[in-house]
Design a protein around this ligand. Structure first.
Ligand SMILES: [Zn+2]
Ligand SMILES: [Zn+2]
Length: 304
């Protein structure tokens, strides 16, 4: 089979020919029809994300058709259209046992540890493939786990409901997917916030009701004014103190800010702790996703 393989860190990956792999116990083989290239793939190439597993077939955003079933596998048959959840978890630790698989300390990611999907075929644990309806094309399905399930997890955990007002800070890939989910799936009123014209324009196209240019440094003031006291929920996809602070300040009393953007900055907010108490603001983090986020949901869904 054809595969894109990284032979050593810091070098370009190479197109190689390898034997077609065989699925083992509780595994399936997926004939890959689409595989995305993620920002983290680029960081594997430049060495910022280290992998001990060289040579390595790259690729962790994939969809395709189940091609062969390994021994002991039930519930899925060859020929089914599936997306691949690339995060492989142990299934036995305390986090896995209560469904918080995103907290599994033993998790690995296909294409970072173990062969990925930038190839004609990939071997995947049977529990890591999810059926995809015919109406979703393979290229769209391929990014559902890595790029869509994360924002969905954050929104589901926050408990956003139809008609709620929500501010989305950072309208890159994750923020735009959040905007689409909030508007088109849940029916929230969405305010998109960014500092780039192109991002603001895209957010409008994806359903943001209002966009706020944050270049003046204080978008929360405008949001609080326009919503008559602040939004019910805010989501931060940037990972910076300034943006998190603006996302918190945008809340109405009792509102919830969810931070998804990752940063190594020390938390440092320029408001009195008494303000946090007086306004009864909540702040939480949201990390990655769990397999339940990849199960098709009706328009309403159970909060975590
Ligand atoms: Zn990724
Ligand atoms: Zn586990």
């Amino acid at each position: 089979m054809r595969a894109i393989q990284l032979l050593e860190a810091g070098s370009d990956p190479e197109r190689v020919d390898l034997p077609v792999p065989e699925p083992g116990l509780d595994e399936v083989r997926v004939a890959v029809r689409a595989c995305g290239i993620c920002g983290s793939d680029l960081h594997i190439l430049d060495g910022q994300i280290s992998t001990q597993d060289l040579p390595l077939i790259l690729g962790h955003e994939a969809a395709g058709v189940v091609d062969k079933i390994g021994p002991g596998t039930s519930g899925i048959v060859a020929g089914e259209r599936v997306l691949v959840n690339p995060i492989v978890v142990c299934g036995v630790c305390s986090a896995c046992r209560v469904g918080r698989t995103n907290q599994c300390p033993n998790n690995t990611v296909l294409g970072v540890v173990g062969a990925g999907a930038a190839a004609d075929y990939v071997i995947v644990p049977a529990g890591n493939v999810h059926r995809v309806p015919q109406v979703i094309d393979f290229a769209t399905a391929a990014i559902m786990a890595d790029a869509v399930a994360g924002p969905f997890h954050a929104i589901r955990a926050a408990g956003v409901q139809q008609g709620d007002t929500v501010a989305v800070f950072g309208l890159g890939g994750l923020g735009l997917h959040a905007t689409m989910i909030l508007k088109q799936v849940i029916g929230a009123l969405v305010i998109g916030v960014d500092t780039y014209d192109a991002a603001l324009t895209r957010a409008t196209g994806f359903g943001a009701d209002v966009v706020v240019d944050a270049r003046d440094g204080a978008p929360s003031k405008r949001i609080v004014n326009e919503t008559d006291g602040g939004v019910d929920f805010s989501f931060e996809f940037v990972g910076s103190n300034n943006t998190v602070e603006q996302a918190i300040r945008s809340l109405r009393p009792g509102g919830l800010c969810t931070v998804v953007g990752v940063s190594s900055e020390k938390a440092n907010f320029n408001f009195a702790l008494g303000t946090l108490v007086a306004r009864e603001w909540s702040v939480r983090g949201s990390y990655s996703y769990v397999s339940q986020d990849l199960v098709p949901h009706p328009r309403t869904f159970a909060p975590l």
